[in-house]
Design a protein around this ligand. Structure first.
Ligand SMILES: N=C(N)NCCCC[C@H](N)C(=O)O
Ligand SMILES: O=C(O)CCC(=O)C(=O)O
Ligand SMILES: [Fe+2]
Length: 349
């Protein structure tokens, strides 16, 4: 475990949420963000403007859903949408143990929501496979306020996601061209995150974690996990969790130390996803994390994944390739292809 008192940096994003903020305050935010992304790939986000009362309501509604009897929850069980092997659709309720990470069953249940699929779009680019993500979201009937409250919350989160990727674009390049807005490659780079997320194929998970029943194993590799070690797939994850401490753990840069990312009231825990790592050619890393909930009570979390557009082609930015020694880490493909590869290995059976 990490040294006593160690904790993730705190980034105040208000200068990018407020359209009238000064260039100086934005540069300060961008510089702090750059450090946080290099050193941790994880940070707390404040100044986002979503009231704490809304955050509490979101957690409380998810908790009410998970407390329902199983047959009620199964009314929105993810349906068979015909994946590659006739597999299940990704939208809807998944029971305990249905999600798999690194080949092992996780100890959580969840509802997965995605941006509504655009059926008008030409789907021939990734034939067949897209079915898993098609169809409407499955919303629970109970609690009745869940759907309207979440729809509003998702709108609010998309605004925060936009402000954040804008700041991240600026954080990658603080040169004079960026400030003046002249059309150099640097300025183009700054806009890459904004342009490729303007139709973000976002994901939201409502997750319920019962306390793990087995004692910690002597060999950590044999431990039961609430959610196994992984990276997130896209741009930035805005995680809202109930106050339970000691559950979410973040792997530090040394590759061996795990740091607890305990919640701070009113703040999101934010982390970088795989697509930002690829764009920055590894300058900012998609940090590994896991959940081990042995504390008290039933833990609830609601991560929102602000992702690139489904058909955004993601490849390392020239400037970042230069900064990191000249070799691109990936030849590039679409975010949709990356996502589908992940989703297909995420379910048991
Ligand atoms: N949409 C996102 N990012 N979901 C993250 C889920 C991480 C666990 C998943 N079973 C995995 O192995 O990736
Ligand atoms: O519940 C948490 O704290 C994190 C969940 C997570 O990492 C994920 O769903 O990707
Ligand atoms: Fe995650």
């Amino acid at each position: 475990m990490a040294p006593e008192g160690a904790s993730l940096p705190i980034i105040d994003i208000s200068s990018y949420v407020n359209p009238k903020a000064s260039p100086e305050s934005r540069q300060e935010t961008a510089a702090a963000l750059n450090r946080a992304c290099i050193d941790y790939g994880f940070f707390y986000l404040t100044g986002h403007g979503i009231p704490e009362s809304r955050l509490e309501q979101v957690i409380s509604l998810a908790r009410q859903f998970f407390a329902l009897p199983l047959p009620e929850k199964n009314k929105i069980k993810r349906y068979d949408a015909g994946g590659p092997e006739g597999g299940d659709g990704a939208r809807g309720y998944q029971g305990m143990g249905e999600n798999v990470t690194q080949g092992r069953q996780d100890h959580h249940e969840a509802i997965d929501l995605y941006r509504e699929w655009d059926m008008q779009k030409d789907d021939t680019k990734t034939p067949g496979t897209n079915k898993t993500l098609q169809g409407p979201n499955l919303w629970p009937e109970q609690p009745a306020e869940l759907k309207p409250v979440y729809l509003e919350y998702i709108d609010q989160l998309q605004q925060v996601g936009k402000a954040l990727v804008h700041a991240m674009g600026a954080a990658l390049d603080l040169g004079p061209e960026a400030a003046e807005g002249t059309a150099t490659r640097e300025v183009e780079d700054e806009k890459v995150f904004v342009r490729n997320t303007d139709n973000s194929f976002w994901v939201m998970r409502l997750i319920g974690y019962p306390k793990l029943s087995h004692p910690a194993a002597l060999d950590a590799a044999a431990d039961e996990l609430s959610c196994g070690e992984h990276t997130d797939y896209g741009c930035v994850t805005l995680l809202l969790a109930d106050p339970t401490p000691g559950a979410l753990q973040v792997l530090l840069k040394d590759g061996t130390t795990w740091l607890n990312a305990d919640p701070i009231p009113g703040a999101f825990v934010v982390n970088i996803g795989d697509m930002i790592e690829r764009w920055t050619n590894g300058l900012w890393r998609s940090t590994r994390h896991r959940v081990i909930h042995r504390g008290n009570g039933y833990r609830v979390s609601v991560p929102f994944f602000f992702e690139p557009n489904f058909d955004a082609v993601v490849k390392p930015l020239g400037k970042c390739v230069e900064k990191t020694g000249g070799e691109p880490v990936h030849e590039g493909n679409t975010y949709g292809e990356h996502l589908l590869g992940k989703v297909f290995s995420n379910f048991y059976g």
